[in-house]
Design a protein around this ligand. Structure first.
Ligand code: ATP
Length: 354
C-alpha cells in the first residue's frame, strides 16, 4: 500500500517548554537519539507527561525540536511543514469531519492533493475494505460506533499512502474490550499495508501486543529501546522494570562466581559481566518467576494468600522486603496460608541483575 517503507531517525532531539506556573524552562524531550527501521511497528511508552506525544508531534512537524535533526527515509525533515512530510497521523479524538460521510472523510486528503475522481474512488474503496468498512461509504460519521469512527480515522491516514503512520493514543476513547479488538486490527492493517508505524501509548499491554520495538520514556529521556521480551526480561533500570509488568526488587551484594547475597542468604544469579564482588546489586524477580516451597533459597513469611482462579496470589516478606508471587494453576499445588513460614524459590536465569 505504502509507496515506500521509511525509516525514522531522531538525532539528539530535545524540546524545551516553559512551565506555565513557574515560568521555568524544562526539557519535555531530552536528547532522544533513536532509529526506527522501515516497516517496523514501534511504540513510545511511558507515564503521563514523559514526552511521548511531544516526540510524535515533532516527527509529524506540529512541533519543532530546539536541538537535533529528524530524518525520514534518510532525508532531514526539520525544515519541512507537516503537509510536506511523508507522514500521516491518527488522533485520539479521530478528528473526523462531522458533515461528511465516510467516503468523503477518507477522500478528503486525496481531493486536496488534486487526484482525479476515478483514482480517489479506487483508493478509498480499497482502503475501506482493508479497515473492514466496505459498504459503509454513505454513512455519516455520527451514525458510526467509536470503533468504526477510529477505523475511518485510520483509513483517512492510510489512503494518503504515507511512508510513516503516526498514532497518538488512538484507542483511549474506546472501552476495554474494543481496545483489545482494535489493537489486533491495527497490527493486521499495518502489516498488510507494509508501513512503518510509530504509536504513542501509556498502556503497557497495548505496547507489548503491538510492537516490534518499545521505546520507554521517563521524564523526557529515552530509558530503554528493545523488543517486548528485551524490556521485560532485561530492563535497563528499576523504572523500566516497574513500568513494564510487575517486578520485585531484592537488594543485596554481588558475591562473585555467579552468586549474590540477599538478606544473608546466597542465591545464584546470572554472571554479571565485569562487576566486582562486594558491589551493591538489585535483583529483578517477576512474580510469575518465583514459587513458594517448604525449603529453598530465601526464607519468607506469607502475609497474603488469595485464590484468583487461574493463579494464587501471594505476598510474602523476605526480611523487610515485600515479594509478590503469582503461582499459576494452583489446583494441584500446596497452598500456603497467611502466617505460614515458607521459602521463595526461583531459578538463576529468571532473575535480572541491576
Ligand atoms: P500524556 O500521556 O499525558 O499525553 P506525554 O508523555 O505524551 O503525556 P507530552 O504531551 O509530550 O507528554 O508532554 C511532556 C511535558 O511537556 C509535560 O510536562 C507537558 O505538560 C509539557 N507540555 C506539553 N506541551 C506543552 C506546551 N505547549 N507548553 C508547555 N508545556 C508543554
Amino acid at each position: 500500500m505504502a509507496k515506500e517503507k521509511k525509516s525514522v531517525r531522531l538525532e539528539h532531539i530535545s524540546k524545551i517548554y516553559q512551565d506555565p506556573k513557574t515560568k521555568k524552562d524544562f526539557y519535555a524531550v531530552n536528547n532522544a537519539h533513536l532509529e526506527i527501521a522501515p516497516g517496523a511497528f514501534v511504540t513510545l511508552l511511558g507515564p503521563s507527561g514523559c514526552g511521548k506525544t511531544t516526540t510524535l508531534r515533532m516527527i509529524a512537524g506540529f512541533e519543532s525540536p530546539d536541538f537535533g535533526e529528524i530524518y525520514l527515509g534518510g532525508e532531514p525533515i526539520n525544515a519541512l511543514a507537516p503537509n510536506k512530510r511523508d507522514t500521516a497521523m491518527v488522533f485520539q479524538s479521530y478528528a473526523l469531519l462531522p458533515h461528511y460521510n465516510v467516503f468523503d472523510n477518507v477522500a478528503y486528503g486525496l481531493k486536496l492533493r488534486k487526484q482525479d475522481r476515478e483514482t480517489i474512488k479506487r483508493k478509498v474503496l480499497s482502503i475501506l475494505d482493508l479497515v473492514g468498512l466496505s459498504g459503509m461509504e454513505g454513512r455519516m460519521t455520527n451514525q458510526l460506533s467509536g470503533g468504526q469512527q477510529q477505523r475511518v480515522a485510520l483509513a483517512r491516514a492510510l489512503v494518503l499512502e504515507p511512508g510513516v503512520l503516526l498514532f497518538d493514543e488512538p484507542l483511549s476513547n474506546l472501552d476495554a474490550k474494543l481496545r483489545v479488538t482494535m489493537r489486533t486490527e491495527i497490527r493486521r492493517i499495518q502489516q498488510e499495508a507494509g508501513i512503518t508505524a510509530v504509536y504513542v501509548t501509556h498502556d503497557q499491554s497495548e505496547a507489548m501486543a503491538l510492537s516490534d520495538q518499545i521505546i520507554i520514556m521517563e521524564k523526557g529521556v529515552v530509558a530503554q529501546i528493545g523488543t517486548p521480551q528485551e524490556v521485560y526480561y532485561h530492563p535497563s533500570n528499576e523504572f523500566v522494570a516497574d513500568f513494564i509488568g510487575e517486578a520485585n526488587f531484592l537488594r543485596g551484594k554481588l558475591a562473585g562466581g555467579g552468586k549474590a547475597e540477599i538478606c544473608g542468604h546466597m542465591v545464584e544469579v546470572p554472571p554479571s559481566a565485569g562487576r566486582p564482588a562486594g558491589q551493591d546489586c538489585t535483583l529483578v524477580l517477576r512474580p510469575e518467576s518465583a514459587v513458594l516451597a517448604d525449603q529453598g533459597q530465601l526464607p519468607c513469611k506469607v502475609i497474603l494468600s488469595c485464590f484468583m482462579g487461574s493463579y494464587q496470589n501471594y505476598h510474602v516478606t523476605v526480611g523487610d522486603t515485600l515479594v509478590k508471587i503469582t503461582d499459576f494453576n494452583p489446583k494441584s499445588k500446596k497452598i500456603y496460608q497467611v502466617g505460614d513460614n515458607a521459602w521463595v524459590n526461583f531459578s538463576r536465569d529468571d532473575v535480572h541483575v541491576l
